[in-house]
Design a binder for this molecule. Structure first.
Ligand code: BTN
Length: 255
């Protein structure tokens, strides 16, 4: 079971480790409703029977091979239009972890928050926020990180083991993530959004490069120009028009 001794203030101090559960995000929501969680709590499992991905998809992961966990935060200092800060900081935390294993690796964040190593997805993030009149009262940050999986992996996905040709200790990777998450969270809590924005933008996949996209109107060549503070993606098309997208409104086809 997962036992880490995190050198942190609060993230990773409460760890609920289960052999199996439906979805760590869903279980976290249930436990939060029963007031069973402290800020920074982690629910981690070796096996999810109903893991959730973005856009209503399923997240499946072979038992015990990868990291599938959720982190509980109470970012009361963020207003609803600032929700995207959580996506930024989580992807930056994961990126730092891969970078810490090898500085030579080309690691990027594909908008909104997929972690890309050598053109393939190594980790996905599903953030579910609760909002009240004061702001974001709680955030469930679900992370699926492909660590030791080497078989039955989608052609568009990869794992650390595949990239580095070695196995990793899951707890050591978890510990690194927890520390980087708290690091960026404290920066946000301190109000330095600009630092996070600039760092995220500098790691943005295909920024200023021509790629082929599809939106509700059709397929087009475009260039990612920026991500707005609220997370809106801006792509310049061939006619020089700057198109703006929220989550799920555009997808990358090829580049
Ligand atoms: C994506 O589609 O890229 C997001 C995947 C997020 C998967 C993680 S695994 C732990 C947590 N619990 C879930 O049910 N989903 C997230």
């Amino acid at each position: 079971m997962h036992k880490i001794f995190a050198n942190t203030l609060f993230v990773g101090k409460q760890i609920i480790s289960l052999p199996s559960c439906h979805s760590t995000n869903d279980l976290m929501a249930q436990m939060s409703a029963k007031k069973q969680l402290y800020e920074g709590a982690i629910i981690i499992t070796k096996h999810q029977t109903k893991g959730k991905g973005q856009r209503g998809s399923q997240w499946s992961s072979p038992e015990g091979k990868n990291l599938t966990f959720s982190v509980y935060l109470k970012p009361y200092f963020l207003k609803p239009p600032q929700q995207f800060e959580l996506n930024r900081m989580t992807s930056l935390a994961l990126l730092d972890v891969v970078k810490s294993l090898s500085a030579d690796f080309k690691v990027y964040v594909k908008w909104p928050n997929d972690l890309i190593v050598n053109k393939k997805k190594v980790a996905g993030i599903l953030i579910e926020n609760s909002i009240n009149q004061n702001g974001i009262s709680e955030s469930i940050i679900g992370i699926g990180f492909n660590v030791n999986q080497t078989e039955e992996i989608l052609p568009t996905a990869t794992s650390l083991a595949k990239q580095f040709e070695q196995e990793f200790d899951l707890d050591k990777i978890l510990l690194k993530i927890v520390q980087r998450l708290e690091h960026y969270y404290l920066i946000l809590r301190g109000g330095d959004f600009r630092f996070i924005h600039e760092l995220y933008e500098s790691k943005l996949y295909l920024k200023d490069k021509v790629a082929y996209y599809e939106d509700a109107i059709g397929k087009f060549n475009g260039i990612i120009r920026k991500v707005h503070p609220d997370g809106v993606l801006e792509i310049e098309d061939e006619s020089g028009i700057h198109r703006k997208y929220r989550f799920k409104e555009v997808s990358l086809l090829s580049y």
